[in-house]
Design a protein around this ligand. Structure first.
Ligand code: G1P
Length: 298
């Protein structure tokens, strides 16, 4: 099956859950450890072989595009100073052969609408969608599969769209798209047929505790379905509703990950992501452990 080359990253959200931090700064540029959240997500896409990143953006968020562009003045100053390590960090964010392009979403009509805004750039090709709030931290051990890459492989082998899911507890189902797997127990890194998808169900109505976490591999047919999708939960055009239709026509699989995931669009997830990434770097791990131990926090 065709390799996936394009990834849509919707970045037009207002970031209301993180105000006032996001009053003047796009939420996608808040840092996790030493770089903006979105750089982690773009790197995840590129590691999977994506060569075209399509940002669906809006006015006031130009700083995101600037982050992925060259900064001549800064680069030339760092070069003159001979500061090669830092220069490498600002200069090579996007490797050669990868393009970052953007398109505007003029109305805040929901995730489904944001994806549809990229239609004419997708050229009827299958594509990925990565939500930039969510950080997926796979196990650092080398023999472990990288979730996004493994999900791309599942697409290449089957030609069936893939939706990454994770297990959530209790009433957390009310915050996510939830997948119905007809009761089949899912194991990590398995791709299993989805029987239904429902956006933000009540605990009572949730068909499982498997939540859509924000990584999708989709065939282009979903764009035609999105064109017909009317406003759903929250009065927004929901990607989940179009996917529910897609699975009846072409099938759709859930891909379960056991990665640590963090929703950086809220305080807990944002703090957790910073701590988790900091703990993965030997140079900051000791500091963090000492800080926690010495403060005797309860
Ligand atoms: C969106 C999707 C939802 C998914 C979630 C993951 O919701 O509509 O299906 O579970 O992202 O973060 P949002 O968080 O934009 O309300």
């Amino acid at each position: 099956m065709n390799k996936i080359r394009k990834a849509v990253i919707p970045v037009a959200g207002l970031g209301t859950r993180m105000l006032p931090a996001t009053k003047a700064i796009p939420k996608e540029l808040l840092p996790v450890y030493d770089r903006p959240i979105i750089e982690h997500v773009v790197k995840e896409a590129i590691a999977g072989g994506i060569t075209e990143i399509i940002l669906v953006t809006r006015s006031g968020k130009e700083a995101i595009e600037n982050h992925f562009d060259a900064h001549y003045e800064l680069e030339s100053r760092l070069e003159k100073k001979g500061n090669k390590t830092i220069l490498g960090k600002v200069k090579n964010i996007i490797p050669k052969g990868v393009n970052v392009i953007s398109i505007r979403q003029h109305d805040a009509l929901g995730l489904g609408h944001a994806v549809l805004c990229a239609k004419h750039l997708l050229n009827n090709e299958p594509f990925a969608v990565l939500l930039p709030d969510v950080l997926v931290l796979d196990s650092p051990s080398v023999d472990k599969n990288h979730s996004f890459s493994a999900m791309l492989k599942a697409w290449e082998e089957t030609g069936i769209g893939q939706i990454m899911v994770e297990k959530v507890e209790g009433n957390a189902v009310e915050n996510y798209g939830i997948a119905d797997l007809s009761g089949i127990p899912a194991k990590p890194f398995e791709s299993i047929k989805i029987a239904g998808l429902v956006e933000k169900p009540s605990v009572k109505k949730a068909p499982s505790n498997l939540a859509v976490l924000g990584r999708y591999i989709l065939p282009p047919q979903v764009l035609q379905l999105l064109e017909k999708t009317t406003a759903g939960v929250g009065d927004e055009i929901q990607l989940t509703d179009a996917l529910h239709e897609l699975l009846k026509l072409d099938g759709l699989n859930a891909f379960l990950t056991d990665a640590e995931t963090f929703d950086c669009g809220n305080k807990e997830g944002f703090l957790g992501a910073n701590l988790a990434v900091g703990m993965r770097d030997a140079s900051t791990k000791k500091y963090l452990l000492d800080l926690i131990r010495s403060n005797n926090w309860k």
